[in-house]
Design a protein around this ligand. Structure first.
Ligand SMILES: [Zn+2]
Length: 242
């Protein structure tokens, strides 16, 4: 009798482990081009939690399904900022695999003159404004993180900012700031050197769609692994603060 019970317990454990393992690799991607023109194009990748496996696991373990969170990440608004593009891209994929979260990544790709500093920035900002804002307006994200790199003298270390200073963004940013070290919250990003950047064209109109919106700045001189770790931590802290 005891042996039988042990066998049943062992089988249950194996089933749970198998489901957990498949959950870990189950996130699926929907890849679409949101828009394209002579300046470049904008891609939207959706990483979905696997609902069926999630609810099966919940049934077996007897725990109710966890909260569902929707996060959007915007990368590539400034083409030259490859550290934030690469690190955020990897974090989005890894995080979606192991959490009950839907993550949408918007990637802006400028294909003309992107090496020319001002023109490339303007084109990236224009593409983001023309194609991403209207899509975000139809969505129900809990937080939107706009990823940038910054040079020395344009802010210190890792930081988040909330340029539109709306309640939703500031409240969430304050929670993240309290819960996370290694990153600062600089409320309205009042750095005069950064004025005339993407704030007026993209960040403020995006926040005006009613979603908590962060500008996230990575120092361009840190290593890839440091950028990856802080970005992962930021997504995780935001997820836990929602
Ligand atoms: Zn930037």
């Amino acid at each position: 009798m005891i042996k039988k019970k042990l066998v049943i317990i062992a089988l249950c454990a194996i089933v749970i482990m198998l489901i957990a393992a498949s959950l870990n690799t189950a996130s699926s991607t929907k890849h679409t081009t949101l828009g394209s023109d002579s300046r470049g194009y904008v891609i939207k990748d959706v990483y979905m939690p696997n609902e069926t496996l999630n609810s099966k696991l919940a049934n077996i373990t007897g725990t109710s399904s966890q909260k569902k969170v929707k996060v959007a990440v915007v990368t590539g608004i400034h083409m030259r900022e490859t550290l934030s593009i690469n690190a955020s891209n990897a974090v989005v994929k890894d995080y979606a695999k192991s959490h009950n979260v839907e993550i949408v990544q918007y990637t802006i790709v400028v294909h003309e003159n992107f090496d020319y500093y001002t023109a490339g920035r303007k084109k990236g900002e224009g593409l983001a404004a023309d194609y991403i804002i209207q899509d975000v307006a139809k969505s129900d994200y809990d937080v939107i993180i706009i990823c940038h790199d910054h040079k020395k003298g344009y802010g210190e270390g890792f930081y988040i900012a909330t340029p539109s200073m709306d309640n939703k963004s500031v409240t969430l940013a304050e929670k993240v700031d309290k819960a996370m070290s290694g990153l600062r919250f600089l409320p309205s990003d009042e750095n005069p050197k950064k004025k005339g950047s993407s704030t007026e064209v993209f960040t403020k109109p995006l926040a005006a769609t009613g979603h908590a919106t962060f500008v996230y700045e990575i120092p361009e001189w840190v290593s890839y692994s440091e950028a990856y770790n802080v970005t992962y931590n930021l997504v995780d802290t935001a997820y836990n603060s929602i």
